[in-house]
Design a protein around this ligand. Structure first.
Ligand code: PEP
Length: 248
């Protein structure tokens, strides 16, 4: 009988921490026995710290993610980082379409689809981020918005075979605001996303997850894991979320 898939807990450090703090945090996560036992833990450090974090994680169970990638494998794209470069650093997964990339870097659905295709070509698993903003939620357009985002993200030739498919539902109004989405709200959106994707897709929730709300979210059957921003910047709160998810 196949084992149930492990829930994910991914820390997105964004543009935070310095080298020393990144090393300390990565070591504390790597040394914690809860990470990898029943939970798949991942860390998405800023690009300059990837190599050092990769060394610290070694061949252990913690997954290394990029926060973004360019849609081309190489070329005259000053300041950008490509999928093959991430692979070289030991990265296996990459966030694509985070709302901060959409909003602050003008990434549209077409760009996001090209990045997903580039990630898959480079042998990386994209973690595709989708989510509605407050105006869309308040005008009952949350699911239509997310459906459009997911459909636009699908690579033209379909998701490759049995490869991992990870989507993170991150309502924009919940990111970094302290307003976590309700479990039922999340469950409804996740069920809608699941209908759009092959059966083995895994759907994570992100948006103001903290040690106090993690267990309740993780108990929801529709939630296959958590994507954590602010609360992933300290080992105490991140590992408390890992433990809460383990016990849920
Ligand atoms: C995020 O930006 O991916 C995120 C989930 O942030 P926070 O946990 O800070 O809301």
């Amino acid at each position: 009988m196949s084992q149930p898939a492990k829930p994910w807990v991914i820390g997105n450090w964004k543009m935070n921490l310095d080298r020393r703090a990144a090393e300390t945090l990565a070591k504390e996560v790597a040394d914690d026995p809860a990470c990898g036992a029943v939970i798949r833990v991942g860390l998405a450090p800023p690009f300059p710290y990837l190599e050092r974090v990769a060394e610290i994680l070694g061949h252990g169970p913690v997954t290394l993610l990029g926060q973004d990638l360019h849609s081309e494998p190489r070329g005259a794209y000053t300041g950008s980082v490509s999928g093959p470069m991430l692979r070289d650093m030991g990265v296996t997964h990459v966030l694509v379409g985070h709302s901060e990339r959409r909003r602050l870097h003008g990434e549209d659905d077409d760009m996001i689809r090209r990045k997903i295709t580039a990630a898959v070509k480079a042998g990386l698993t994209p973690v595709v981020c989708v989510g509605e903003d407050l105006a869309q939620r308040e005008s009952q357009r949350a699911m239509t918005t997310i459906t459009a985002q997911v459909e636009a993200a699908l690579p033209a030739d379909g998701w490759p075979g049995q490869g991992e498919i990870l989507v993170a539902y991150e309502p924009v109004w919940a990111i970094g605001t302290g307003h976590v989405a309700g479990r039922e709200q999340v469950a409804e959106i996740h069920a809608g996303i699941r209908r759009l994707l092959p059966g083995h897709a895994r759907i994570l929730y992100g948006g103001s997850v903290d040690p106090d709300n993690a267990a309740s979210l993780a108990r929801e059957e529709e939630i296959d894991g958590l994507l954590v921003g602010s609360a992933s910047l300290s080992a105490a709160s991140f590992l408390a979320i890992v433990r809460a998810t383990t016990q849920a």
